[in-house]
Design a protein around this ligand. Structure first.
Ligand SMILES: Nc1ncnc2c1ncn2[C@@H]1O[C@H](COP(=O)(O)OP(=O)(O)OP(=O)(O)O)[C@@H](O)[C@H]1O
Length: 297
């Protein structure tokens, strides 16, 4: 069952749609993003991305620095809007069961779209707020915790935004702090915790909101290797039970192969290949992908 589908997504930074056309034309002719920037002055975030992410899949987005990973993930919660394209999300999918209350996104192609599959770019402000609160949460590389809030308050933050009452949100936050291995620290402040502990709070905060989609932007990259491995294991263990749709950015191929059921590789804003780790290893479409796969320890 498909959960998220990016259709012909392009992002040209700091350009109006009219201005972006010159860059898009050159990209369509096959010019790479560095030359496009040189010729037009516009930065290419993404070009013509078509990507489907299945419900319950842990999907890694890989690529070198500047390849467009953060730009891509930020489209899914609309922190960034594209220059062109559509982003379809099945809003009826729940995490634990991955059951859609309506028809799946795949039915869209043949008939009219089921009402649960929406192009999130068409949402108005209220609709977007509702979409973000109910469908998608994010874990950031540098944790994004609020320093003057306790661990418990940080973990409960997403529920406070939803205006849940204090006792209820604290109970849920406590549960998730326990799940990520942080019991008994609820009254501490973020700066009293190690990086690994802070990221566990970030994870608890995202999980507490119970959204079916979890976006993780280099979430473990700032951590020491040992702690990083522990958090990868914990994520896999949680995912086996929670069955969320996770979009996980990393520039580390070993991490991608360890956690990802599916890996998409970006280069210069283009999607080069999507596949399982085995497919990418056995049938890389080009040298860029082959080099990533060979770089494995
Ligand atoms: N706000 C912005 N304004 C202009 N150009 C931008 C902006 N954000 C990103 N870019 C450009 O878009 C391209 C893709 O950037 P992006 O941050 O998505 O890549 P990334 O793969 O996440 O890189 P990193 O691994 O370094 O975080 C880069 O060329 C970058 O310079």
């Amino acid at each position: 069952m498909n959960h998220i589908r990016l259709e012909n997504i392009s992002k040209i930074y700091n350009a109006t749609n009219a201005q972006a056309q010159s860059a898009l034309t050159l990209l369509a002719e096959g010019m790479n993003s560095i030359d496009v920037k040189e010729q037009t002055g516009y930065s290419v975030g993404l070009y013509d991305i078509n990507l489907t992410i299945k419900a319950g899949e842990l999907h890694c987005i890989m690529g070198l620095s500047g390849s467009g990973k953060s730009t891509l993930i930020r489209h899914i919660n609309r922190l960034i809007d594209p220059t062109s394209g559509k982003i379809w999300v099945d809003t009826a999918i729940n995490a634990q069961t991955n059951i859609a209350e309506d028809n799946s996104i795949s039915a869209r192609a043949s008939q009219s779209a089921p009402s649960s599959v929406i192009n999130i770019l068409e949402l108005d402000d209220k609709g977007l707020q509702q979409y973000r609160q109910q469908n998608v949460s994010m874990v950031f590389q540098h944790f994004g915790l609020t320093p003057h809030m306790t661990v418990l308050q940080n973990a409960a933050y997403g529920l406070r935004v939803r205006k849940m009452n204090v006792s209820e949100r604290h109970e849920i936050a406590r549960h998730w702090l326990n799940e990520v291995g942080l019991p008994n620290l609820e009254n501490s402040y973020p700066d009293e915790l190690s990086g690994g502990m802070q990221q566990r709070v970030g994870l608890a905060r995202a999980l507490a909101t119970d959204t079916p989609i979890l976006l993780m932007d280099e979430a473990f990259s700032a951590l020491d290797p040992l702690i990083r491995a522990q958090l990868q294991d914990q994520l896999l263990e949680l995912q086996a039970r929670l069955n969320k749709t996770i979009v996980f950015i990393t520039h580390d191929i070993d991490e991608a192969v360890k956690v990802g059921q599916c890996i998409s590789i970006l280069n210069g804003g283009r999607l080069v290949q999507t596949g399982t780790p085995t497919e990418l290893r056995n049938n890389p479409v080009d040298n860029y992908v082959a080099q990533f796969m060979q770089a494995r320890k």
